[in-house]
Design a protein around this ligand. Sequence first.
Ligand code: ARG
Length: 563
Amino acid sequence: MNNKEFVAKKVFDVIKDDLAMEQVERLLEIPKSAAHGDVAFPTFSLAKIYHKAPQQIASDIAEKMDESSFEKIEVVGPYLNFFMDKKKVSHEVLSTVIEQGAQHGDVNLGNNSNVPIDMSSPNIAKPISMGHLRSTVIGNSIALILQKVGYNPIKINHLGDWGTQFGKLIIAYKKWGTEEEVRNDPIGELLRLYVKFHEEAEDDSSLEEEGRAAFRELENDNQEAVSLWKWFRSESLKEFDKIYDMLGITFDSYKGEAFYEDKMDEIVELLEEKHLLKEDQGAEIVDLSAYDLNPALIKKRDGGTLYITRDMAAALYRKRTYDFAKSLYVVGNEQSYHFKQLKAALKEMGYDWSDDMVHIPFGLITKDGKKLSTRKGQIVLLEEVLNDAIQSAQDQIAEKNPDLENKEQVARQVGVGAVIFHDLKNDRLNTFDFTLDEVVRFEGETGPYVQYTYARAMSILRKANFNLDQNKNYALDDEGSWEIVKFIQGYPKMILEAADKYEPSVVAKHAIKLAQAFNKYYGNTRILAEDDQQEARLALVYVVTVLLKEDLRLLGLEAPERM
Ligand code: ARG
């Protein structure tokens, strides 16, 4: 129970004939200044009920309250200010976290039900973009958060490995590519070919048709086309895996769009059976006007299928395979319309479970204010970003802590952590402009700052030779500790909020605030002073390390013990 809930219950006991518990809770305020207590109850709105002045009401209530469960209760004009019993509350908070450890905040909302998470999903033969990075790290963190609240997340990399672009690539490779060049630098070379195709196609419109024809060959199992495609795919995956390894992120499935190639006929048949397919200028569409949406294009004039058709097959496959409680798609907000159409088309087919499909959009990353386009070859190479961040961490370690053990490993944990945290710390829908300096910055609200705070707290515990004693009654009543104790109280609620909103930034912001609160505490309080609360202060430091580490884990960051 947090302080507000505690006060609400006590106030309610006194005025339960006149106000409901929820009303009491809604009226309670957290005062800005500690001088006004931990929780305040304003009585203005009770004047109508009691036909008395608010001041009078406040003192009447105060008289009836059992003051012994508080440090004190003060009446200031129309307000009742409650000062919590710090020793009692801090004891409760500390012993709970000490007992539960990293499991603090765990709840079973999901009964271990399956939640497939469509995430990362880069397109083969192209570099992983900043957008795919966002999807990867946001998806990974959501998976960890959902696990904490009792779901079984299934991380699916829905690779973009099918579609007309592979026809184009096959043509470009045959015209301008060589095996050797692709082997040397697979993604670089395939990207060069892809960009060249689009440049050439501007002057030569027949190229587009050639590309489409080549894709049809691929769809029809033409051997040469298939083996080129397989080769492009495996070379690309090798490159992607390098980045996933650096990030420390794994997947449960790599079933991409191509996997659904033989599962789309069923979708088309089902649509036909339900009389949902309409012809429109030679193409087949599903009318979605009942949902205020444009029709979904299911089959092109040339019989080719589309992105949405593959997504319909994938959704059905996931329902059958996982019987999901929810099915999530962590994909940029530029695809919001697509997911609206996808859900609506499935709903039209009578699949009510499409209501459980959730698109989790995120904002675009721009560079110098402009959208990045792979077609034009404007990309930020992720591997370079990660390597730059690691290098920058290495430089800082060399400068500040040259004798550190496992320097390489720590530099990797910190550099990669910087990139991941930078991506997760803002509401996911915010757009941001990419600058390398920003990403590898270690001061301010960054991953390395949180990691550094964790390492600092760990070093205090080491220095003090702190040994946790589960049976000790740790309790604190100084103002400095109280600030942190109050903050820590909100941990389980914070986890619920992050899970409910699918919002890793809730955890990231919590980590930053906890780190800031701890650093302030460290600056103002002599933690190691030899008085009778030293052990309890160390227990508080310990609890901070448990929660900082858990926050970092939920975001997909490691927590080095020394930095
Ligand atoms: N490969 C797509 C892209 O890069 C993202 C796929 C998202 N997932 C999905 N099921 N549509 O734009």
